[in-house]
Design a protein around this ligand. Structure first.
Ligand code: SF4
Length: 107
């Protein structure tokens, strides 16, 4: 398995695992959830930061400076909210201006 294919497999596995924690029919209230810390071990593993503008574009999975949580396919909650739930970090909210290495384009 190539290094890139293995990375994609790990990312998709993380998404699938996160999806197991999503309870259908239960609406997540973002204001009730704690903010994800950049020091959280999972956040560090996924290279999460609150401010995507601080990320070196060369470090991104597919370099594109405009990537952030607000335009990621895995973000949840209401458009325009500063802190929103994310499928990768169940039980926490991420900054809409943040970024992590699992970023995926919206369909
Ligand atoms: Fe979640 Fe996407 Fe932001 Fe990563 S980039 S923390 S997967 S919303």
């Amino acid at each position: 398995m190539s290094k890139i294919a293995r990375r994609k497999f790990i990312q998709l596995s993380a998404v699938a695992t996160a999806a197991c924690f999503v309870r259908p029919g239960k609406e997540v209230q973002a204001e009730d959830l704690p903010k994800l810390s950049e020091d959280d071990p999972t956040a560090q593993a996924m290279k999460y930061v609150h401010d995507a503008s601080t990320v070196d574009a060369a470090a991104r999975a597919n370099p594109a400076a405009e990537q952030n949580c607000a335009n990621c396919a895995l973000i949840q909650g209401e458009d325009g909210a500063e802190w929103r739930p994310c499928q990768i970090f169940p039980g926490k909210v991420v900054n809409a201006n943040g970024w992590c290495s699992v970023w995926a384009p919206k369909a």
